[in-house]
Design a protein around this ligand. Structure first.
Ligand code: COA
Length: 254
């Protein structure tokens, strides 16, 4: 069973996270495959829209922590950063279906999607501080912009989760549906987009995004440098070690 299923039908590429036993946490190989899939989707004229979806019980638990410890991403050519830059600069529409937990990059990648459909069980969280690291995917810029500073501070500084209703209210999510319907709705909306005059779709996305594009890219790079450094520091080592040992972290004196 592969961890990522990639299917192209009727001008829509669908990427399904398929590692449910590990809560769809992302391995380095999955990031590399996602970056490659997006590059293909960008280059192929017959692909107009990309859908990213998980399972109705879980979208993603974020980085695979064991894998992360084995190969920490320290350079910008690391697969995680290749994927993040690919999705943040992606010119065609990206539609996501999110159910259950969406942790870390499971939430931050959504800032780069155009339409996000959430199951009513969706739970978003960005617990970077609790893990001794810092935000990624330009979320230190995009979360305050999208959520307002106060709610972004609760989500990013305290690591507090927020539910589908809150995500809808702040505009991160376009619509909430029963979990069993989220992937199908994302497909329908993707098909609608694929049937529209495509140059209009592309220009509209570009016009909505281009004034922030270089700022987003710079922040993504800045965060990546800090994140890479912090991964080797004591707080992250304690947090990741505690996760692996299934115990609470001890941040006393850190
Ligand atoms: N990396 C590696 N493995 C992970 C993982 C992750 N981020 N998240 C979950 N898993 C694994 C668990 O270790 C467990 O493996 P096991 O069956 O071999 O013991 C399996 O997935 C099921 O996870 P579990 O925690 O039992 O599921 P749950 O339904 O109780 O909780 C989550 C789901 C997502 C809330 C919880 O797994 C979680 O908080 N994961 C960590 C999230 C995180 O901190 N991500 C890093 C962001 S940078």
């Amino acid at each position: 069973m592969t961890d990522l299923l990639i299917d192209t039908t009727d001008r829509v590429m669908t990427i399904t996270l398929n590692r449910v036993d590990k809560k769809n946490s992302f391995t380095t190989a999955m990031y590399a495959d996602m970056a490659d899939a997006l590059a293909d989707a960008q280059a192929e004229d017959n692909i107009r829209v990309v859908v990213i979806q998980g399972h109705e019980t879980v979208f993603s638990a974020g980085n695979d922590i064991a894998d992360f410890l084995k190969a920490p991403p320290t350079a910008m050519d690391a697969p995680v950063f290749r994927f993040l830059r690919a999705i943040s600069n992606f010119p065609k529409p990206v539609v996501a279906a999110v159910c259950g937990p969406a942790v870390g990059i499971g939430t931050t990648l959504l800032f780069h999607c155009d339409l996000v459909y959430a199951g009513d069980n969706a739970a978003f969280s960005m617990p970077f501080v609790n893990l001794g690291v810092c935000p990624e995917a330009a979320s230190s810029l995009l979360a305050p912009q999208r959520m307002g500073y106060g709610r972004a501070a609760e989500a990013l500084l305290l690591g507090d989760p927020f539910m589908a209703e809150a995500a809808l209210e702040m505009g991160l999510v376009s619509r909430i549906v029963p979990p069993a319907e989220a992937n199908a709705l994302a497909q329908r909306q993707a098909q609608r987009l694929a049937a529209k005059p495509f140059s209009s779709v592309l220009e509209t996305k570009r016009l909505m995004k281009h004034s922030h594009a270089s700022e987003v890219d710079q922040r993504l790079i800045e965060e990546a440098k800090v994140f890479g450094r912090m991964l080797g520091e004591p707080a992250a080592r304690e947090a990741f070690g505690a996760f692996m040992e299934k115990r609470q972290p001890n941040f006393t004196n850190l």
